[in-house]
Design a protein around this ligand. Structure first.
Ligand SMILES: [Zn+2]
Ligand SMILES: [Zn+2]
Length: 311
């Protein structure tokens, strides 16, 4: 493992923050299609290549469903409230969740089955999901969104999350960046309050050289200065870890204050870096980080850990 300690970058912090684009909203026409393509590319010679290809077919289904879906938009009152209280615009945990997500889930399962990539074991998982009542599905969505690992079934959670991603990404894609509140908690998504999946340091135009956290639910990206823990805000004890002989475009950003890490990708090293797909396809780096004593600060939305239930 390559490890290098960096000092807090005072140069970066002294930049004029008003010049930095604060928010980068998802493109509804391309988000899931680009993710699917990236997953297929990364699946080759990957230790979990079969699983990544399955998730690429999930992303294909998300892309097709997104094309004809229109989410319920927040009211002007809700926008004003969120701005006034520095709260996420439409919290994914609010009781007011768009019920359309369940219909998206059923259609997503149909599309995956029609795609033909379904083994008998996976077929059973999908059938089991279909047998849930709306109340049971909402309870599972709550557990997944709140990352209550001991209530989550790793087999079904990726499909639940995929359906929720369609609804929230659609919602985010239709927002005006100026309506999005400034939060006191920089580590959560200002649109939906969810945790980021990974960071990306972008190239090009107004985004050049800036680091953004990408939401694991709605795909909104928000700016965070570099060399800072996206879990606890510490600027001390930050280090970067890569895999010897692996991609220079991907590192794990670890924090010695909270002992967690989150991955970060550098577009100047690999322009096609896609936070969710590249995070999913770098399990080897997760294993190295765990051996080094660091925990993930949040799960990949499409790959959940097996955690024994409290019973
Ligand atoms: Zn979000
Ligand atoms: Zn930290």
């Amino acid at each position: 493992m390559v490890q290098s300690k960096l000092l807090p970058a005072s140069e970066i912090e002294s930049l004029d923050h008003s010049a930095i684009p604060r928010i980068r909203l998802p493109e509804r026409a391309t988000t899931f299609a680009e993710r699917a393509a990236r997953m297929r590319k990364l699946a080759d010679s990957n230790p979990i290549g079969g699983y990544i290809r399955l998730m690429a077919s999930v992303a294909d289904a998300q892309h097709h469903l997104q094309a004809t879906f229109e989410s319920r938009q927040p009211s002007n009152d809700a926008l004003a409230q969120a701005q006034q209280h520095s709260m996420p615009l439409l919290s994914s945990l609010s009781a007011d969740r768009d019920p359309a997500w369940r219909d998206i889930l059923y259609r997503l399962l149909d599309k995956i089955e029609a795609g033909g990539a379904v083994t008998p074991a996976l077929g059973k998982v999908l059938d089991k999901l279909r047998l849930n009542t709306p109340t049971e599905l909402d309870a599972q969505a709550d557990a997944v969104l709140a990352q209550r690992y001991n209530e989550i079934s790793p087999a079904t959670a990726p499909f639940i999350m995929a359906a929720l991603q369609v609804v929230w990404t659609d919602l985010a894609s239709r927002l005006d960046p100026r309506d999005i509140p400034y939060l006191d908690t920089p580590g959560v998504c200002p649109v939906c309050g969810s945790l980021p999946v990974a960071s990306i340091v972008r190239v090009g135009g107004q985004y050049q050289g800036y680091r953004f956290l990408q939401c694991g639910l709605c795909t909104t990206e928000w700016h965070m200065v570099r060399v800072k823990c996206s879990n606890c805000d510490s600027t001390k004890g930050i280090a970067y870890h890569g895999i010897d002989g692996g991609s220079e475009a991907l590192k794990a950003e670890s924090c010695d204050e909270c002992h967690t890490y989150r991955k970060i990708g550098y577009q100047e090293k690999d322009y096609e870096f896609e936070p969710l797909a590249d995070d999913l396809a770098s399990l080897t780096l997760d294993l190295l980080m765990n051996e080094a004593g660091y925990q993930r600060s949040s799960a990949n939305p499409l790959l959940w850990p097996e955690v024994p239930s409290d019973g």
